[in-house]
Design a protein around this ligand. Sequence first.
Ligand code: AMP
Length: 299
Amino acid sequence: MSVLIVGSTALDSIKTPKAANPKLLGGSASHAAVAASFFTDVNLVGVVGEDFPKKYTALYHRHGLDLAGLQVKPGKTFHWSGEYEVNMNRRRTLATELGVFETFSPDLPEAYCATPFVLLANIAPALQSHVLDQMRRPRFIAADTMDLWLNIALKDLLRLIKRVDLFVLNDTEAHQLTEEDNVVAALPKLHKLGPKYVIIKKGEHGSILSGPNGLFVAPAFPLKKVVDPTGAGDSFVGGLMGYLAGSKGPVETNLRRAMIYGSVTASFCCEGFGLNCTTRTSRADIEKRVKQLLRMVAV
Ligand code: AMP
């Protein structure tokens, strides 16, 4: 089955203590869609400006993404720039230039409205809701977010969370939303907001799922060297949703394994700037790392 992914399609300028790279392909939807494309067909929804480099459109094509939902508008592509500290868990946003995102309305091509799996990757929650309004009875809906929307669009976000099956957020966001320091204590409070499943991401310390079958803890794949973690969260949720959509059987049965695939896909993202390493990865590389990770947690 296919997955529809909406989110930001961006140019990212990223500085780490070791290097700086301007205007790489980035954005929550780009990372999530490329990650999902290893497992299933992806319908991408986003907007870019006329300055969007052709080589990046070619990269989307190489990953087999359906681009009927990618609008090209007069103006500049969304540009985000960020800087990492020596401790790569710490990042500062230097600039966010919305460009064509300022007036973006994610209106879906008719053929997308029946896509069974929906990933609302990080963008304004009102836009995520606008996509859901157009969908016809999707089988499974996941939404991701970021601290910005907790700060400036909390009401919209709370309205959205009620409508999704799986809500994904990181530990800092979980703390901000529930006022609980402890992620295990935050989980029931997050379920009360509506979703049947909640995943809290903890960066290099993996992620935790809460659902009707209790808790599941997925480790991150241990890496010797992290080059650039930008988009790791998006790759995690993109890999997870792509794996779910591409697998037979009930979501409940596949969800734990999907988290392992999400962790592994995210690990490739961290090993290069932007999407550089992810795009050089193959399904066989992913399967190899999944086996390694499963061996590391087997008792
Ligand atoms: P992550 O590292 O998973 O938090 O995701 C980083 C990605 O989020 C980058 O590729 C950015 O282009 C994108 N991003 C940053 N700020 C925003 C925003 N306000 N809305 C949507 N996407 C954003």
